[in-house]
Design a protein around this ligand. Structure first.
Ligand code: HSE
Length: 338
């Protein structure tokens, strides 16, 4: 499998390192070598947290999509449009597989891209776009595939959970905790996407699509971030036996006429300490999925930064093995409008 990696920030560089350091076990599990043949990023002069010796640097990122010696493109550039969209769309049109960590892109244009993938026979995979290293999309698409999902609820943003945890545990100042989240590679390039709940909404829209077969629709999500949460709010919550967590919530409700609708919202929520999700701290994410036969299942793990590379490379292994699936678990055109 000949791989090109676009974007060499915290996540892209970690994916390069992972592919190099775990080369042997990856080859055994994938059934073939996973070779990085080319990389690209915005600034060639910038120092990178990975060894690029022997790997070709491509100046025009979109050229990756045109090369005959590339089977799969890893997109770790970010952004819902521009270079990331151009590269992913061009690669899929030419039948190249794409693995991406880009939740903004998938939430905004995922149906269009999944349709391109289905037409060309390429695979589009984005486990890394939702909850970093946590394989929650795979769990929904595969392990829980037999269920009608009735609710999805989770901590979907590592930056916000890290800030709230630091404030609660140490009395840390909001701005200082955010600066540390940026330094650790958790935050988006514009961190207001994190703290205003937009990143959580992007991930919730993707989860909703896979869980309920609804096309991602950011406009239908009520979104409130954590800017207004104060230290006093956190102390008041603790005094009442709970914690405040920024949650993304999608619930299936039955209307008066018997039809069903999925209500989605992102907001800081009081979570009683008795609930497992209340104990999920720092950069960790957790998602609770309720299915009609499974009941509740909880999955948690590191939700941002370098561990995200684990999900990117797991998607590559799946593709190399020939484990193919519709990007959202069902054909793109069969996703319902919300
Ligand atoms: N900024 C995101 C977060 C990165 O903090 O969760 C992972 O998607």
């Amino acid at each position: 499998m000949r791989i090109a990696v676009a974007g060499l920030g915290h996540v892209g560089a970690a994916a390069v390192r992972l592919l190099q350091e775990n080369r042997d076990i990856l080859a055994a599990r994938a059934g073939c070598d996973l070779d990085i043949v080319a990389v690209a990023a915005r600034d060639k002069a910038k120092p990178r947290a990975c060894d690029l010796s022997g790997i070709e640097w491509i100046n025009a990122m979109s050229d990756m999509a045109l090369r005959d010696d590339v089977d799969l493109v890893v997109e770790a550039v970010g952004g819902a449009s521009g270079a990331a969209y151009d590269l992913v769309a061009a690669a899929l049109r030419r039948g190249k597989h794409v693995v991406t960590a880009n939740k903004a892109l998938i939430a905004a244009r995922g149906v269009e891209l999944a349709t391109l993938a289905e037409r060309s026979g390429a695979q589009l995979s984005f486990e890394a776009a939702v909850c970093g290293a946590v394989p929650v999309l795979k769990m929904l698409r595969e392990g829980l595939a037999a269920n009608r999902i009735t609710a999805v609820r989770g901590i979907l943003n590592g930056t916000c959970n890290y800030i709230l945890t630091r404030m609660e545990n140490e009395g840390a100042d909001f701005a200082d905790a955010l600066a540390d989240a940026q330094r650790l590679g958790y935050a988006e390039s514009d961190p207001s996407d994190d703290i205003d709940g937009i990143d959580t909404a992007n991930k919730l829209a993707i989860l909703t699509a896979v869980a309920f077969g609804r096309a991602p629709d950011l406009g239908s999500i009520f979104v409130e971030g954590i800017r207004a949460v104060t230290l006093q709010d956190l102390r008041d919550a603790a005094a009442k036996g709970g914690r405040i967590k920024l949650l993304g919530i999608a619930e299936c409700v039955t209307r008066d006429d018997g039809t069903q609708n999925v209500i989605q919202r992102v907001q800081p929520v009081f979570v009683p300490i008795s609930e497992p999700i209340a104990a999920v701290d720092g950069v960790f994410n957790a998602v609770e999925i309720t299915g009609d036969f499974s009941g509740q299942t909880l999955i948690q793990g590191r939700g941002a930064g370098e561990p995200t590379a684990s999900a990117l490379v797991a998607d590559i292994v799946d593709i190399a093995r020939g484990n193919r699936s519709y990007a959202f678990g069902v054909p793109a055109q069969s996703l319902d409008e919300t």
